[in-house]
Design a protein around this ligand. Structure first.
Ligand code: NDP
Ligand code: 8X3
Length: 251
C-alpha cells in the first residue's frame, strides 16, 4: 500500500490528515514532538484501519535529529508517496520593532528550515522512484502580510517560494508539489501563538465559522487522489466569512 508521511500529526491539520489517509488504507509515518500523542494515534489508527503506522518523535528544528531519525528509517518505509509538510505555527503577534527574538528563531527554524530538512531527506527517495506528491502547508499569511504578523508572514512567504522552487526542480522526476494556504482554521494554532492564553485564542474565531482541520485534510486528500497527469499547484482556502488575510465578516 502507499505511504503518507505527515509532519505535525499530534494536532490540527496533521492529525486530521493522518486520520483521512489512514481511512483510505495508507500506511503512515507520523511525526511531532509529543511522543505520547503519536503513539496514541498509532494505536488508534492501527486498530481501526489495519494499517501500519511508524511514529517518529523529533523536533523539526533539530537538523541532526531529522537526518538521523527520519533519514534512518528502514528501506521499506522510504517509499514515501505523499509528504505533508505541515509541522509549524506562529509565536506571538506584535509590532516588528518589539519582536521577540526567540519567537522569530522558532518560526523561521520550524516553518522554513524544518520543512527544508524534512524535504531534503525525503526528496531523494521520491526522485529515485520518479514519483511522489509533496504538500507544503503555507498560509494566507504568506500571500498577504497583516499587521503584527511580520515574521510569521515572512516564514510562510518563504514556504510559498520553496514550493515554487520544488515544483521546478522536481518536474523532471514526475513529482507533484501542492502549496496549501489556509486562512482562519480552529486548531491549537492560536493557543500556541498566544502561549496558552485561551481567551485570546478564542477571540481569533469570534463571530466566524472557521475552517476545521478536517476541511483541510479533505482538500489535501482530494488533491492527492487526482489522476497522475493532473496537479493542483496552489490553493488559498478560507472560511466563507474571510475575504483575505485581513477582511472578515464577523457576525
Ligand atoms: P496545531 O498547533 O494544531 O498543530 C501544529 C503541529 O505542528 C503539531 O502537531 C505540532 O506537534 C507540530 N509542530 C510544531 N512545531 C514543531 C516542531 N518544532 N517540531 C515538530 N513538530 C512541530 O496547528 P495547525 O494544525 O493549525 O497548524 C499546522 C500548520 O498549518 C502550521 O504550519 C501552521 O502555520 C499552518 N496554518 C495554520 C492555520 C490555522 O489557522 N490554524 C492557517 C494557515 C496555516 P508537537 O507540538 O507535538 O511537536
Ligand atoms: C494562520 C492563519 O491568518 O492567523 O496561518 O495567519 S493567520
Amino acid at each position: 500500500m502507499a505511504i503518507a508521511l505527515i509532519t505535525g500529526a499530534t494536532a490540527g491539520f496533521g492529525k486530521a490528515c493522518a486520520e483521512k489517509f489512514a481511512a483510505a488504507g495508507y500506511d503512515l509515518i507520523i511525526t511531532g514532538r509529543r511522543a505520547e500523542r503519536l503513539t496514541g494515534l498509532q494505536a488508534a489508527l492501527e486498530s481501526q484501519y489495519k494499517i501500519k503506522v511508524l511514529p517518529l518523535a523529533f523536533d523539526v528544528q533539530d537538523q541532526q535529529a531529522v537526518f538521523s531519525i527520519l533519514g534512518g528509517i528502514a528501506p521499506e518505509w522510504q517509499a514515501v508517496d505523499i509528504l505533508v509538510n505541515n509541522a509549524g505555527g506562529a509565536q506571538g503577534l506584535s509590532p516588528i520593532q518589539d519582536g521577540n527574538l526567540d519567537d522569530w528563531n522558532t518560526m523561521i527554524d520550524t516553518n522554513v528550515k524544518g520543512l527544508l530538512y524534512v524535504s531534503r531527506v525525503v526528496m531523494p527517495w521520491m526522485v529515485a522512484r520518479q514519483q511522489g506528491h509533496i504538500f507544503n502547508i503555507g498560509s494566507i499569511a504568506g500571500k498577504q502580510v497583516y499587521a503584527n504578523g511580520n515574521v510569521y508572514c515572512a516564514s510562510k512567504a518563504a514556504v510559498d517560494a520553496i514550493s515554487q522552487g520544488m515544483r521546478i526542480d522536481l518536474l523532471p522526476y514526475g513529482i507533484k508539489v501542492t502549496g496549501v494556504h489556509p486562512g482562519a482554521a480552529e486548531t491549537e494554532f492560536s493557543l500556541v501563538r498566544f502561549k496558552g492564553d485561551e481567551e485570546k485564542a478564542a477571540n481569533v474565531y469570534k463571530g466566524l465559522t472557521p475552517l476545521t482541520a478536517e476541511d483541510i485534510a479533505d482538500i489535501i486528500f482530494y488533491c492527492a487522489r487526482l489522476p497522475r497527469h493532473v496537479c493542483i499547484n496552489d490553493l488559498v482556502v478560507t472560511p466563507l466569512q474571510q475575504a483575505n488575510a485581513f477582511y472578515y465578516d464577523r457576525r
